[in-house]
Design a protein around this ligand. Structure first.
Ligand code: CUA
Length: 369
């Protein structure tokens, strides 16, 4: 019934919202979702049918041909050949797999061929977050803004990976594609059902390839906006950091930017993938911290040294995190080159310096406002 409904809906284009979730599938919110679901449902029902047929036949034969008299154990005079039966079990699966191949391959070609009027968004996967770059230069982070796309037009995502294999997966859109280091891939989708900036309605982007410790945290919300609303968001996103007055730079922009640091850097001293920001400037001033190459903070930071100032060291750690890695931590931080402008780095550095004004989650304390 579900299948029949899906076929009718797809054929008549009557859908006025995402398809309802089923036992197997989340809601289907892209233009390809109904086609994907039909192929899935057909294969699924073929499996149910043959599972039942095989199990029933097996149990029946086990019963019918059970050993009743010992001397029959080595009976050798059974049938060796049955042409009609053999033809049946060759022709029926051949036809079925032919049909499945036809619809599967048609769907695959469809997904592999973006329409000419697609809107391009660059996606970079890195341990362990998503970064999005738009044609106007706006950047967004999966952990902060999420993936924001226009409704009612094809969107082509161009996929890159900075470090290891990741996989771009939006179950509600039925699209999934690996992000391979050193290669540029792409996949497209079109969603006609706007969600606004409402996290409860938004769709979900997952990383679907195990990529290390925090793979399970490599998530983002997918917001679908009406074209006009999208254009407005895009213009704002390109220069939100510029619009914040200098006096409020770290109090206003710091917490928003910290969201993309929070899974690795705590503010309360808790150990994470990277050093906690708590007391970070005290440690730098004391000069006692050590890097994995054996050098200490005092060896590298100070007038005439590699880094003139603590701020310079922080800046370079954001842009070139692998250059000097603090002892006992792994070289796991991705670079934020191209994503963190000088002003954003200034905001984050300001927040690090004034952590007493923020709570352990990075929210500005009421008294500091
Ligand atoms: Cu990235 Cu799993």
């Amino acid at each position: 019934m579900q299948t029949l409904l899906a076929i009718l809906t797809a054929a008549t284009g009557l859908a006025d919202g995402p398809t309802a979730p089923t036992f197997w599938m989340p809601q289907g919110a892209s233009t390809v979702a109904p086609d994907v679901d039909i192929v899935f449902d057909v294969i699924n029902w073929i499996c149910y049918f043959f599972f039942a047929l095989i199990v029933v036949a097996m149990v029946a034969f086990v019963w019918k041909y059970r050993i009743r008299e010992r001397e029959h154990r080595f009976r050798m005079d059974g049938p060796t050949h049955h042409a009609a039966l053999e033809a049946t079990y060759i022709i029926v699966p051949l036809l079925l797999s032919g049909v499945i191949f036809f619809f599967g391959f048609r769907g695959y070609l469809d997904l592999a061929t973006p329409p000419a009027n697609s809107y391009d968004i660059n996606v970079t996967a890195k341990k362990w977050q998503w970064a999005f770059t738009y044609p106007n230069g706006a950047v967004a982070s999966g952990a902060v803004e999420g993936l924001v796309v226009p409704a009612g037009r094809p969107v082509r995502v161009v996929l890159r990976a900075d470090d290891v294999l990741h996989s771009f997966f939006i179950p509600e859109f039925r699209v999934k594609r690996d992000c391979v280091p050193g290669r540029v891939g792409a996949i497209w989708f079109q969603c006609d059902y706007p969600t606004g900036m409402d996290p409860a309605k938004a769709y979900n982007l997952f990383c679907a390839e195990y990529c290390g410790t925090d793979h399970s945290k490599m998530l983002a919300k997918v917001y679908v906006l009406e074209q006009a609303e999208f254009d407005e968001w895009l213009a704002k996103q390109a220069n939100w950091i510029e619009e914040i007055p200098d006096a409020e730079l770290f109090t206003a922009a710091g917490p928003r930017l910290y969201a993309q640091c929070s899974q690795c850097h705590s503010l309360d001293g808790t150990a994470g993938q990277g050093p906690s920001w708590q007391g970070i400037f005290d440690r730098i001033r004391a000069g006692t911290g050590k890097f994995t190459n054996g050098q200490s903070y005092a060896d590298l930071i100070g007038p005439g040294k590699v880094y003139e100032t603590p701020e310079d060291y922080i800046r370079d750690s954001i842009l070139n995190p692998g250059k000097y890695v603090v002892q006992t931590f792994g070289n796991v931080m991705p670079t934020f080159k191209g994503q963190m402008s000088e002003r954003k780095i200034e905001a984050v550095t300001g927040m690090m310096k004034h952590l007493d004004q923020f709570d352990a989650k990075g929210k500005l304390k009421a008294a500091a406002k």
